[in-house]
Design a protein around this ligand. Structure first.
Ligand code: M6R
Length: 606
């Protein structure tokens, strides 16, 4: 979704804003713009399209300005055109503002402002904020009061950064349900929606919380509670990962880099979580937390698929009842929570609006919430009762890959750990799984290059296909859903994921020679059942790509063997195979792999 960068310091601001915006490109956007105070007025430069278009417009404008704001917009209200691009100003161009979020009562506010003479020039909800602050300045005079008063009028979500024409060097910002953090440099201050935007300059960050209002300038910063107007003390955190983690490192795309990072991701996820001598799981993060009798998993997209996958593990090993919900559905269900329930919110970004709403709903019902997040300090991490970090490092590609691998690893550890606590897994099972898990990174490392070659061959064979089915049973049904999601989101090919046994209840009508079926069936207890579904497809002249392991003796139209691994570890080999097929197809079709059309990395609006 939208990305915000702001800078106030001693260096020329335009290159800093452009660099920050480029590092936020992964969030998804369709227009971009910057504003800075220059020679007593505010310069606003914005454009629909990609960053290079904005860059061209800014060429030759490397002026003396040393503070300003920038924005990448992912359209919600109004077309992705220049008028609707941020920054937005008030009529007198006394201020410029960028915004991430949705102002829900913008229509009412707009009418109220128009009655007071404000003229609107865009179709956005955001523009009410700039007029409202300007109105506040007229009524309240002091900028701080004007901003706080304006925010009092607003319903919805926002992260904003504001500059005033008569106050060069000062940036104001506020946050409500949209991510925003400050970077503290030497005589320079940054503000952004995400860390990579300023990580090359500083590792010291302050995470802003809902309801906070900030004033920053090169020499200092102050955070206030917007409601009470009182100053607040904030903790400074140190980022321990390197900016190189957010760069391509020689790979043509972030997605490919992140797929190949998966062996390391598993290793990192296990760090500090395995007793090496006993081959037992240690999870200090959830120690002391009662093991739930019923777990309600809430997530979206790929994280939801990780939840569906883990359901089988919690049922098999921990004897826990599990319900998995898409967060946007969960938040509107009429749920009856029971005393020993727990909600598990799975999210890479920790900022997904629907997942956050589900978490809040559970907390309002006094149900403990465990967050499984990748982004440290994210909203879900901070609002959960306990948090388990997936430790996967920054995921930049919009298509999530290594995050799911890290979620699966963490969930597997949790299921084993809770199984031991409940006495439903025996020691030898835990030891066996942990031993195989420790060996898994090496197995994957060795197989990934071959998998990529197979994916390339397969793409040559099926490059004309415009529809795919993905089938699987049990654990593999969730991987089938994920394979289909990956293919459609980056190659724009229609793909449907189905539980294999459900095929004959309708979808089989679609099968013909031009509609290939990807069957995920590594050798496990359910594989023989899936074989009968394969036969049903073949009997109708459908082509079957069978993704399996050597001990399963069967052949579809095309056989793809992944390493033989014990249940449920085979999933960790299935996952990159599916990801690589989608990746190679997208490369073949020439789509924008890392920033697919219409998508945003972290979906911070409902
Ligand atoms: O950050 P989250 O894990 O909460 O994000 C959830 C989904 O938006 C995300 O997985 C999305 O479906 C990806 N585009 C999948 O590749």
């Amino acid at each position: 979704m939208c990305g915000i960068i702001a800078y106030s310091g001693h260096r020329p601001v335009v290159p800093i804003l452009l660099d920050g915006l480029k590092r936020l490109e992964y969030r998804g956007y369709d227009s971009a713009g910057v504003a800075y105070a220059h020679k007593g007025s505010l310069a606003v430069v914005k454009q629909a399209g990609k960053m290079h278009q904005l860059e061209e417009m800014l060429e030759g404008r490397q002026n003396g300005a040393t503070s300003g704001i920038g924005h990448t917009r992912w359209a919600t209200h109004g077309l992705p055109n220049r008028n609707n691009a941020h920054p937005h100003t008030d009529n007198g161009k006394g201020l410029a503002l960028v915004h991430n979020g949705i102002i829900e009562n913008h229509q009412t506010l707009k009418t109220w402002l128009e009655d007071r003479g404000h003229r609107f020039t865009s179709e956005t909800d955001t523009e009410v904020l700039s007029h409202l602050i300007s109105q506040g300045c007229l009524q309240k005079k002091e900028k701080f009061e004007a901003l706080a008063w304006a925010l009092d009028q607003v319903e919805g979500s926002y992260a904003i950064a504001v500059i005033f024409q008569d106050e060069p060097g000062v940036i104001w910002a506020a946050r409500q349900s949209s991510p925003l953090l400050m970077g503290l440099g030497e005589g320079e201050m940054f503000l952004s929606s995400d860390i990579p935007a300023f990580l090359s300059a500083t590792r010291d960050v302050v995470y802003l919380d809902d309801g906070e209002l900030v004033r920053m300038e090169p020499g200092g910063w102050q955070v206030f509670d917007s409601g009470s107007r009182n100053p607040k003390a904030k903790e400074v955190s140190r980022i321990d990962w390197d900016i190189r983690a957010a760069e391509k490192g020689g790979y043509p795309h972030f997605m490919l880099k992140e797929i190949f990072e998966q062996p390391g991701v598993i290793q990192d996820c296990l760090k500090g979580r395995i007793d090496q001598d006993k081959a037992q799981v240690l999870l200090p993060e959830v120690e002391g937390l009662p093991v739930p009798e019923r777990l309600r998993i809430v997530a979206c997209g790929t994280s939801y698929h990780a939840g569906l996958w883990a359901k089988h593990l919690f049922e098999h090993w921990s004897d826990i009842d599990v319900e998995v919900d898409i967060a946007s559905e969960f938040r509107y269900r009429k749920l009856r929570f029971r005393p020993n329930d727990m909600t598990l919110a799975i999210t890479q970004s920790g900022e997904t609006a629907d997942t956050l709403a589900g978490l809040r709903m559970a907390r309002e019902s006094q149900v403990p919430v465990l967050g499984l997040c990748n982004v440290v300090g994210s909203s879900v991490a901070r609002e959960s009762d306990r948090v388990l970090y997936t430790q996967a490092g920054p995921e930049i590609s919009v298509a999530s890959t290594k995050a799911m691998c890290s979620q699966m690893t963490s969930l597997l550890l949790l299921a084993l750990y809770w199984g031991r606590r409940r006495g439903t897994t025996d020691e030898s099972l835990e030891r066996t799984v942990v031993t195989h898990l420790r060996a898994l990174p090496g197995v994957l490392e060795a197989s990934l290059p071959g998998m990529q070659r197979t994916a390339q061959d397969l793409v040559q064979r099926y490059r004309e296909s415009r529809h795919f089915f993905y089938l699987g049973r049990g654990l593999n049904a969730s991987l089938a859903l994920e394979g289909a999601l990956k293919l459609k989101e980056i190659s724009y090919i229609h793909a449907e994921g189905y539980a294999a046994g459900e095929m004959k209840h309708g979808p089989i009508a679609l099968i013909d020679p031009a509609f290939p079926t990807f069957v995920v069936a590594p050798a496990d207890d359910l594989a023989p059942k899936t074989l009968s579904n394969i036969k049903e497809v073949l009997a109708r002249k459908g082509e079957v790509i069978l993704l399996s392991s050597p001990s399963l003796k069967f052949f579809g139209t095309y056989r793809w063997d992944i390493p033989e691994l014990v249940w449920p570890l085979s999933s960790f080999a299935v996952l990159p195979a599916l990801q690589l097929f989608a990746y190679e197809m997208a490369v073949e079709l020439g789509t924008d792999v890392d920033q697919p059309r219409n998508l945003a990395k972290s979906v911070t609006v409902e």
